[in-house]
Ligand binder design. Structure first.
Ligand SMILES: *Cc1c(COP(=O)(O)O)cnc(C)c1O
Length: 373
């Protein structure tokens, strides 16, 4: 029989990363709980900081899903960011979208700045600001789309065409909805803690690329900086990936229905959701993503923390992308590390609320928000 490589996203998600069954017939891989390996083994493993069969399985399946030649896994999204930025040197410039994830901003300002890596920011959802990138000639352009928590959509293809290496933090979309490398980015980075693992039971990060030089830097950072995940976390993430497509479809459907309903509520000042026609970059979102994902951001008229506490199905918690619904108050939680004037300048006021819409029955989620309003 002719052996074709399966092309469907979900088929690949289910079938990649199932090797290492040996002679047991096990359908799923074991967890390789070993710190070290006997020298001279045929697969070339030596020490788990620099490689473990569970990493290899995760990296193989992640690369296929990202449409990438290579992928490297890390202990967390922040470890993945550390791997990328520590590949730069003193004096290099990162030109970043101004509404990046709070911890990324904090790392640029309070960690990498000390080592001489400079960061410059602009609102990159406005093409008229792209001239600033060309003028600054950065070593790396740092994008995130959709952004956290304002869900701005950046034109990945347009910005990649400026000719500078581009990294896209793809955490909010996941490779099921958006594949940055196909749009021209050099690196696609994810916190797999969120949608890719999807069950809020482990942390992880991933960088995918088609560029061999960048891939070697990622492999070096994984072992040289000790940024590797545990074999069990890599195993959990591989398992999560298998249901990514199904979960994303439900997250998208639930979020779209809730967002449309929220827009009609008098206590809600505005609703931001990429697949609502009211979103400022709705056309672009439809072009570069195949769904709006599961995050909705609103500005509420009233006591925001009282509203959050009244919700029963949405737990007030950091993080997002799990099967369960969460609610977050960015000003005191995810973006507490960003100075208030900087926060407010980009639109994250104290009344902004972010929902991570889970895969529950949407009627229950709607009823919960309704009683809390
Ligand atoms: C959570 C998150 C990160 C950091 O990932 P961790 O796994 O928490 O270290 C980076 N970027 C975005 C957009 C995130 O949401």
């Amino acid at each position: 029989m002719k052996k074709n490589k399966p092309t469907g996203f979900t088929t690949r998600a289910v079938h990649e990363g199932r090797g290492y069954v040996g002679s047991t017939g096990a359908v799923m891989p074991p967890v390789y709980l070993t710190s070290t390996f006997a020298q001279g083994n045929p697969d070339g493993f030596d020490y788990t900081r620099s490689g473990n069969p569970n990493f290899r399985l995760l990296e193989q399946s992640a690369a296929t899903l990202e449409g990438a030649a290579y992928a490297t896994c890390f202990a967390s999204g922040v470890s993945a960011i550390t791997a990328v930025v520590t590949s730069l040197k003193s004096g290099d410039l990162v030109f970043a979208e101004e509404n990046i994830y709070g911890c990324t901003y904090r790392m640029f300002e309070r960690v990498f700045g000390k080592f001489g890596v400079r960061a410059q920011y602009a609102d990159l959802s406005r093409p008229e600001n792209w001239d600033q990138i060309s003028a600054a000639k950065p070593t790396l352009v740092w994008l995130e789309s959709p952004t956290n928590p304002l869900l701005k959509i950046l034109d990945i293809a347009g910005i990649s065409q400026l000719g500078f290496p581009v990294v896209v933090d793809n955490t909010f979309a996941s490779p099921y909805l958006q594949r940055p490398l196909a749009l021209g980015a050099t690196l696609s980075l994810s916190s797999t803690t969120k949608y890719v693992n999807g069950h809020s039971d482990c942390l992880g990060g991933l960088v995918a690329t088609n560029d061999l030089t960048w891939h070697k830097r990622m492999v070096f950072a994984q072992k040289a900086l000790g940024l590797q995940p545990s074999p069990f976390d890599a195993w959990l993430t591989t398992r999560g990936q298998r249901t990514l497509a199904l979960r994303m479809e439900r997250h998208c459907a639930n979020a779209l229905a809730l967002a449309a309903w929220l827009e009609k509520q008098p206590r809600v000042k505005w609703v931001r959701y990429p697949f609502l026609p009211s979103h400022p970059q709705h056309t672009l979102a439809k072009r570069q993503m195949s769904g709006g994902s599961g995050i909705i951001t609103i500005e509420l008229d009233g006591d925001v923390l009282a509203f959050c506490r009244k919700l029963q199905l949405f737990t007030l918690a950091e993080s997002l992308g799990g099967v369960e619904s969460l609610v977050c108050h960015p000003a005191t939680m995810t973006h507490a590390g960003v100075p208030k004037p900087v926060r407010e300048a980009v639109g994250i006021t104290d009344n902004v609320v972010r929902f991570s819409v889970g895969i529950e029955d949407v009627a229950d989620l709607l009823a919960d928000i309704e009683q809390a309003l």
